[in-house]
Design a protein around this ligand. Structure first.
Ligand code: UGA
Ligand code: MN
Length: 250
């Protein structure tokens, strides 16, 4: 059974441990999987490591901060890009076979898609629900063949697909040593898939019943405010002193 490498960008925010917990227990249903959790941070966070240990899915926990120049911009930021490129570096150094998949920490995944992507020869694709006003982002299949893409925003992209809608074989990645994701908001998927050239359309494998089913969703979580500090005089010597350490501060 070929191994699966699931690359998950993550960053500290009130929802982080909840998102990782939900995704982690989904991944727990999948055999022969290594979860590459890569945080946009300068150092690892023991609370994240503890959460990953508790879930019990085989993992590597790495860090890859977003470069300062992008953090400071007032415009859209390339979210999760340094993390995903760090994941690609890890695979180049540590993996020889199997399949890689970029699973953002906030999305929703039916475990069936993992078994389907496991046998990807080069690149596989499938529909992703809840993307833009069109409700879905999907390859278009006409008479059994890939015939373009359906997505609410094409933006001049060759591959107008969502991050949750494709997987790549590790062997194929090794054959494309310069493939990487660009720091270009909106064009991360397109830039990465283009960097895998040459790749013929008829080499793209179409999963999820030839793209008739939705097995992955680009869900979003409501952003929660940072927690206010507890009153130390009242709660300083109670369990809340421990819980306080788990919370994200303003
Ligand atoms: C999607 C893509 O996954 C992003 O790569 C892309 O930048 C974005 O669309 C876009 O084109 O605007 P989206 O759901 O909009 O992402 O964004 P998030 O879920 O906030 O972030 C994507 C991933 O990057 C998540 O796994 C998140 O944990 C991580 N992230 C986000 C960071 O590592 N650092 C950040 O500052 C923000
Ligand atoms: Mn998201």
């Amino acid at each position: 059974m070929p191994p699966l490498y699931i690359i998950t960008p993550t960053y500290r925010r009130p929802e982080q441990l909840a998102e990782l917990t939900r995704l982690g227990y989904t991944l727990k249903h999948v055999l022969n999987l290594l979860w590459l959790v890569i945080e946009d941070a300068n150092k690892t966070n023991p609370l994240v490591a503890h959460t990953l240990d508790r879930i019990g899915v085989p993992y590597e926990y790495l860090v890859a901060p977003m470069p300062e120049q992008y953090k400071l911009t007032k415009r859209a930021k390339p979210r999760g890009v340094s993390n995903r490129n760090r994941g690609l570096d890890y695979l180049r150094a540590n993996a020889t076979e199997g399949v890689l998949y970029f699973a953002d920490d906030d999305n929703t995944y039916d475990v069936n898609i993992f078994e389907q992507m496991r046998y990807t020869k080069k690149v596989s694709m499938w529909p992703v629900g809840l993307v833009t006003k069109t409700g879905v982002s999907s390859p278009i299949i006409r008479e059994g063949k890939l015939d373009g893409y359906y997505d609410g925003w094409i933006g001049g992209r060759k591959y107008p697909v969502d991050m949750a809608g494709f997987a790549v074989s590790v062997k194929f990645l090794h054959e494309r040593p310069h493939a990487k994701m660009p720091f270009k908001p909106g064009y991360e998927e397109d830039g990465f898939l283009r960097s895998l050239a040459p790749l013929q359309n008829n080499e793209i494998e179409l999963l999820a019943d030839e793209c008739r089913e939705i097995l992955t969703w680009h869900t979003q979580t409501k952003k929660n405010p940072a927690a206010l500090p507890f009153n130390q005089t009242r709660y300083g010597n109670t369990n809340l002193a421990f819980i306080e350490k788990l919370l994200v501060r303003p």
